[in-house]
Design a protein around this ligand. Sequence first.
Ligand SMILES: Nc1ncnc2c1ncn2[C@@H]1O[C@H](COP(=O)(O)OP(=O)(O)OP(=O)(O)O)[C@@H](O)[C@H]1O
Ligand SMILES: [Mg+2]
Length: 269
Amino acid sequence: MQVRDLRIRCTFPDSELVHGVNFTLRRGGTLGIVGESGSGKTLTCAAVLGILPKQVELSHGTVEIFGSNTASFGKQQWVDLRGNVISAVFQDPGSYLNPSIRLGKQINEVLRVKKGLSRKQAKQETLRLLSAVHLRDPELVYDQYAHELSGGMLQRVVIAAAIAPGPKILIADEATTALDVTVQAEVLDLLTELKEREGLSLVIVSHDLAVVAQICDDVLVMRSGEIVEYGPTDEVLQSPSNEYTKLLISEHQRYGLDRIIESERLQVA
Ligand SMILES: Nc1ncnc2c1ncn2[C@@H]1O[C@H](COP(=O)(O)OP(=O)(O)OP(=O)(O)O)[C@@H](O)[C@H]1O
Ligand SMILES: [Mg+2]
């Protein structure tokens, strides 16, 4: 995926929200997008997915996915692209699931619509996916409702649904933010594993530099709708050129230390 000089505007009131973003997601690569709240991370992803909110539009630049420029896409081409080629998971898994339909049925529906599977094939594939995202008892989860699962388990279900049509690119926008630290690490491990096993390229969006540092090859730092730093993760972490990136790194080091102190305090208690 190649994004060139992406500019995003709000039409009412008229203002530019994202001021020229460039990046490349290599096949099989993992790109991290970090930045404070309101820096334009989600809008950038929404533009790539063709799901910008009302009154927000792509005013300039191009998004190329496997060589196709999405600027020329009609409604049907977007529908074909989403799920089959590029898929996404967001922060609040509960809001993407229907509370009154059993979880297995919801993934079945994705498979029937996107892959044209029969009822029987869809059930088999759903069970395979639920086990691929390491839900311990796929048969049980298949028949459960969203309210019966923890946040971490729900995010696994949503990831299973997102990869069901066999996309090549998965965007995880703050997908682990609401989870506690241990579960967050488990879901990140899952994403890394799926990347290898299902041949995915990943975009990991987070305000937490530590999350991105753990699993991304490249990192893009955004602030106020602009890219302030972009490069291989090691280089950015070791020799950041921008003051804001330096601040993010030092804050992270400080918070990292806080966490260690806190856990020692808990052990003593
Ligand atoms: N629907 C919208 N209409 C108008 N402005 C919007 C809309 N959505 C987002 N914005 C503005 O665009 C800017 C970027 O928002 P965006 O949601 O992309 O930030 P973000 O980096 O994802 O933040 P967060 O870390 O809080 O998720 C913000 O200033 C936000 O207020
Ligand atoms: Mg966001």
